[in-house]
Structure formats: structure tokens, C-alpha cells
Design a protein around this ligand. Structure first.
Ligand SMILES: [Fe+2]
Length: 316
């Protein structure tokens, strides 16, 4: 059985920080559970974490607002194309009315795939999202004052990868990551792990003519997906397995403060990560105060005020 239980987080490069907060928190009812920093280069960029109020793995989507640095990424194949959120059945009318009221770009027609109805909408930076209606999701609802539980998002349902070729990547999902192949519909291939419920699903979209996208951090693309593993032992066992199968493009175990990360490239070019669930977001904030204050890892603590002063103020 696969060590992978489902998703840990997804990470995207977005445009402005405040419009990103407005999208996840005000529109979608997600909680901003950590406000910290990416320090890649001289100029700090926020690293914003959104999810359910507890910051559970599998609900997390994180953003780097790259407009500040003026770096644009190029959407294309070899990337995660769509973030799919899970919502209850019979909630899509509520969300369409909400998108209309908030001025969000959304498709006027739904699509049904693998027995699930989906509603497409766009992040302000252009990244594609689907709400997927499912009655198989028992996770805690992300409620807000104006989002009743019966309609609220439960977490990440799945990701949709855009791939020019799928044959090697199908084998990778089955043999290296030990996902089950759950079927094919037109250009789509579906894989599941664990129970196969929302939060354990990966989908390929075969797009042989789509030009390759960039893999840099920049505005407008989803950079990578992290799958959840229990600890470094499982993470390193996965690394050893990948290496032994010839998938040698793997990283060491990297300290990300709230978890440890091991990055690896899948054959279709998409950056994957195995993130551990054994540390968590309460190492620097109480469970009921997640996201309240700007946080830096210990090795940047002396620069906290300086870094914050170089980031645009954001409010919830
Ligand atoms: Fe990550």
C-alpha cells in the first residue's frame, strides 16, 4: 500500500497578495492559517497558507504573490493545470450565485466527469479551479459567516495535470506512487489512493499539442503538489524507491519549518513533493490563532520586522 494518504498542500504563484487573500478567504471561506515568507533572492515574497481552520493536510493551498517581483510564469503542459475543491452535492447553484455577486469569472455550463459534476472558475491571476460536487467527503466544512455548512468547501478534491504524453506517467503513478488506475474518459485519466474519496484523486488531462509551461516560481501557474507522508522515514523510503526505479531527479529532505519536504519530478515534468505531517502549524502559533501574526523560521527571526516592512500590508 502506498505511503501516500492523499494531499498535503498545493503551491501556486499568484499576482497581488491582497487579491489572493480576498479570493481564498472572502470568496471561498478558507482560513489564512499561516503568513510567512519565501526568501529566494534578496527581496522577500509572502508565503500564504490557506485551508480549513485547523490547517489540516489535504485542505492546504499556498501562494507566493509574485507581482511584487514582476515575475510571470508561463502556463502550459508539464504542469498542474487545475486545482479542484470538493463541495457537497447540490451546492453548485449557491457557488454560481456567489461568483456572480463577487464578479468572478466562471463557466456558465457545468461538466460531468467520472460521475462527478464540476464547476469551473478562475483565480484573479488566471489559474483554473473546479468545484467538484461529491457526497463522499466527510471532512470538516470550511464555513464562513455567509457560507453555510451545506455548501462549504471540504478541502482539495484532486489535481488535474496537463501532460503532452501520458504513457510513462501512468506507469509512474501505478508502480512508483502505488495509486490505483481508476479509469479513462476522453483525454482524462484518473488515479486514486487510500479510500478513493475526495482528497486522494489525481487526474491527467492528455494535451499532446499544448506547449510546455515554465517551471519557475512566477505569477499565474501552480508550481507543485505535495503529497502527505507520515514522517522522514516514509519520505526517504519513497526517495529510495524512486531512485531504484531510475527516477533520480529527487531532492534531499528539506526543512520547511512546518514540515519536511522531498521534491521529485514525475515523467511528465510536473514537480511533486512528499511532505511530512509530523510537525505542523502549531509550532509558532496556538491552534486557535493560526495565521494571526507574520511568522518567520528561527533562522530569519532577527530579520522579522525588516522583512515584514518590505511586504505589502494585507488584511482579512
Ligand atoms: Fe511545497
Amino acid at each position: 500500500m502506498s505511503a501516500i494518504k492523499g494531499f498535503h498542500h498545493l503551491t501556486a504563484g499568484v499576482a497581488g497578495a491582497q487579491e489572493d487573500v480576498d479570493f481564498y478567504v472572502k470568496l471561498l471561506g478558507q482560513s489564512l492559517i499561516k503568513k510567512t515568507v519565501l526568501l529566494d533572492g534578496d527581496e522577500p515574497i509572502y508565503h500564504l497558507y490557506y485551508g480549513n481552520a485547523r490547517g489540516d493536510a489535504g485542505t492546504l493551498v499556498t501562494s507566493f504573490p509574485f507581482r511584487q517581483r514582476g515575475v510571470k510564469a508561463r502556463p502550459g503542459s508539464g504542469q498542474i493545470r487545475v486545482i479542484n475543491y470538493s463541495v457537497p452535492k447540490n451546492s453548485l447553484d449557491f457557488w454560481r450565485a456567489r461568483f456572480e455577486a463577487f464578479g468572478v469569472t466562471y463557466d456558465k455550463q457545468t461538466v460531468t466527469r467520472f460521475g462527478e459534476t464540476r464547476q469551473r472558475f478562475l483565480h484573479p491571476c488566471g489559474i483554473e479551479f473546479d468545484l467538484v460536487a461529491s457526497d463522499q467527503d466527510s471532512r470538516t466544512a470550511c464555513v464562513a459567516a455567509d457560507i453555510p455548512e451545506q455548501f462549504a468547501i471540504r478541502g482539495v478534491h484532486s489535481i488535474t495535470l496537463s501532460l503532452r504524453e501520458v504513457a510513462e506517467s501512468v506507469i509512474f503513478m501505478k508502480d512508483a506512487l502505488e495509486f490505483r488506475y481508476a479509469g479513462e474518459q476522453g483525454p482524462y485519466h484518473r488515479f486514486e489512493t487510500a479510500s478513493g474519496a475526495p482528497g486522494t484523486v489525481v487526474e491527467f488531462q492528455h494535451e499532446p499539442d499544448r506547449l510546455q509551461g515554465s517551471s519557475i516560481y512566477g505569477e499565474g501557474t501552480i508550481h507543485h503538489v505535495a503529497f502527505a507522508v507520515d514522517n522522514v522515514e516514509q519520505q526517504m523510503a519513497l526517495k529510495d524507491k524512486l531512485m531504484s526505479m531510475g527516477h533520480i531527479d529527487t531532492s534531499e529532505s528539506v526543512n520547511r519549518n512546518y514540515f519536511r519536504s522531498m521534491y521529485f519530478k514525475m515523467p511528465g515534468g510536473v514537480m511533486f513533493e512528499a511532505a511530512t505531517t509530523d510537525i505542523g502549524f502549531t509550532i509558532d502559533e496556538a491552534a486557535d490563532e493560526l495565521g494571526a501574526e507574520f511568522q518567520t523560521p528561527s533562522w530569519l527571526s532577527e530579520r522579522k520586522e525588516e522583512l515584514l516592512s518590505r511586504l505589502e500590508p494585507i488584511s482579512i
